[in-house]
Design a protein around this ligand. Structure first.
Ligand code: ADP
Ligand code: MG
Length: 540
């Protein structure tokens, strides 16, 4: 099914009698590649970049300089272009991924503008606004790609490769982790996701993709100047992705196709309507975008998708991940808090709390609302740093460590208000729990080499769902579950993580009496197996 994307390669054949459309097709392939880089950043990672055109510029100028000024092969230009765009991504990402809210997009704007000005002003190097001309054509297997017809095959082929690679990414631990980060960074970190590191990697992937698109652009036009790499261009790519639906690959492709055509079409038609020349297309373009965003805030694709037949998801089969043995002596101290203290301004939420949790026991933290129970959980799990006191897990001091470092040491948690990812299935929500037990990195995932590990992760998640009695709902979207079952889902996620010490914040809230008895049975049997449980509940 997925390989149907290769049908894109028939397009140049179909359009071969229409040179104008062949040119558009090339622009579509290049734009779609940039817009797909925004699928990674924005659609999966929840970050906004206004600098994708600057990354393109890196790819374009690198190859232009090497080939025109140095007489080197374009493939060397590609190498340098990718290197430079990755370097820029490292720099920009390194400086920005820790920024919150609007600071990240704002800082990408600053970089975008700065690089644009630089390209225009380094006249000796870049030719300023006149640019560099006479780039050589790309030659593949002895065949010069010197026509729009031939070039379209290369662009579309690369586009299809990235469509498939990003599909792999979406169906992987990294895709889940990125989506989780976008929705709820604390929940993601509680299962071992290092937010800054993962965001940086997404930035690198997106930067590299845009750099590659810039390389393609340069050798297609065989001319570079700063204009196509301006802030306006960056906004155009963002518009394409958002209007089509940045949350999915087909959405981004749809947006790229529509807007690549639309812009040109408006350029031709508007002067006819208005009877004079001018950059009216920019205004019309803005109006079209505004209309789409008002009528379809998640983009056009989700509207269309609803009318398409929905494929049934499949339940995982086969073996799960290797069990982590619950080793150690019963009764030994596994978690210890000493003198924890936390004040929020003038409010002392946690004052000198000490506790010892022994292997195989169920310990409850009780107290009225606002007593500081959830805050104590947050201090132990690293979600917030304590003002004073220490925490030890399995003999190691973990005070002040971030949650993504604490979790892999064997601590799993649930939240008082479930932290789920509503657009993911119940199964995928639980599978996030296996993040720290799985290894596949970006290269492996993009190449689709993580299938076996992924199958085992999903099987592990399914097994955990069975344990809490939610297996029938595995393929439902998590947002459909009532609050009580969302809590059970969180317990399943903690179980799937392989953690042996579980901190459960009001796991019984919202459950009916019968369900609560079930839960009590489950917790007791977990404790018998060697799990250690610290829980908050009101029902004595
Ligand atoms: P419990 O879980 O026992 O009901 P909490 O630990 O959630 O209580 O809260 C303890 C107190 O700390 C409450 O008064 C709450 O309003 C306050 N509090 C909790 N988290 C924060 C925060 N991030 N900022 C400010 N006040 C907070
Ligand atoms: Mg609470």
């Amino acid at each position: 099914m997925r390989y149907l994307w290769f049908l894109f390669l028939l397009l140049p054949l179909a359009l071969s009698p229409f040179p104008f459309y062949l040119t558009l097709l090339n622009f579509f392939a290049i734009s779609a590649l940039v817009a797909l880089s925004l699928y990674v950043l924005t659609g999966l990672g929840g970050m906004t970049s206004f600098a994708q055109a600057a990354f393109m510029g890196m790819g374009a100028y690198a190859t232009a300089l090497l080939t025109v000024k140095g007489g080197f092969s374009p493939w060397l230009g590609l190498l340098l272009g990718l290197l430079l765009s990755l370097l820029l991504a490292l720099l920009l990402g390194g400086l920005t991924v820790r920024l919150k809210g609007h600071f990240l997009p704002l800082s990408t704007i600053a970089w975008q503008v700065a690089l644009y000005i630089l390209a225009g002003n380094l006249v000796g190097l870049t030719g300023g606004h006149t640019g560099l001309t006479d780039l050589p054509p790309l030659v593949l297997l002895g065949l010069p790609l010197d026509s729009a017809f031939r070039y379209a095959f290369l662009g579309l082929f690369l586009l299809v490769l990235f469509i498939l690679a990003l599909g792999n990414l979406r169906r992987s631990r990294l895709g889940r982790a990125l989506l989780a980060l976008r929705g709820d960074a604390l929940a993601a970190a509680s299962f071992g996701v290092d937010p800054a590191a993962l965001r940086l990697q997404a930035f690198l992937l997106a930067g590299g993709m845009a750099g590659l698109a810039g390389f393609l652009y340069a050798h297609f036009l065989r001319f570079v100047n700063p204009t196509p790499f301006s802030l306006e261009a960056s906004i155009k790519y963002l518009v394409m992705a958002v209007a089509g639906g940045v949350g999915s690959i087909p959405g981004v492709l749809l947006g790229s196709a529509l807007f690549t055509g639309l812009e040109d079409w408006l350029k031709d038609l508007l002067p006819l309507f208005l009877g004079r020349q001018g950059n009216y297309e920019t205004i019309a373009y803005g109006l079209v975008l505004a209309a789409i965003l008002i009528l379809a805030p998640k983009g056009l694709w989700p509207l269309l998708e609803r009318r398409l037949p929905q494929g049934e998801g499949r339940l995982p089969q086969g073996e799960g991940l290797p069990e982590t043995p619950l080793e150690g002596k019963r009764g030994e101290v596994v978690l210890e808090a000493r003198g924890l203290r936390k004040a929020f301004g003038g409010l002392l939420a946690v004052n000198n709390v000490s506790l010892e949790l022994r292997r195989g026991e169920i310990l409850a933290l009780i107290g009225p609302n606002g007593a500081g129970k959830s805050t104590t959980f947050n201090l132990i799990t690293g979600a917030i740093p304590p003002d004073a006191g220490q925490v030890f897990l399995l003999g190691r001091e973990i005070t002040g460590l971030p949650p993504h470092r604490i979790h892999p040491l064997g601590l799993g948690r649930t939240f008082q208000h479930p932290h789920l990812f509503p657009e993911l299935s119940v199964l995928e929500n639980v599978a996030l729990g296996t993040y720290a037990r799985t290894r596949a990195g970006f290269p492996q995932v993009l190449l689709g080499l993580h299938g076996q590990e992924e199958a085992r992760a999903l099987a592990t998640a399914y097994r955990a769902l069975k344990r809490v009695g939610l297996e029938d709902l595995a393929l439902e979207r998590a947002e459909r579950l009532p609050a009580g079952q969302q809590r059970l889902l969180e317990i399943a996620r903690a179980l799937a993580s392989g953690a042996s010490v579980l901190l459960l914040d009001e796991p019984g809230a919202g459950l009916r009496a019968g369900e609560k008895r079930e839960l009590a049975r489950l917790l007791k049997s977990l404790a018998r197996e060697g799990y250690t449980i610290l829980l908050v509940d009101h029902d004595m």
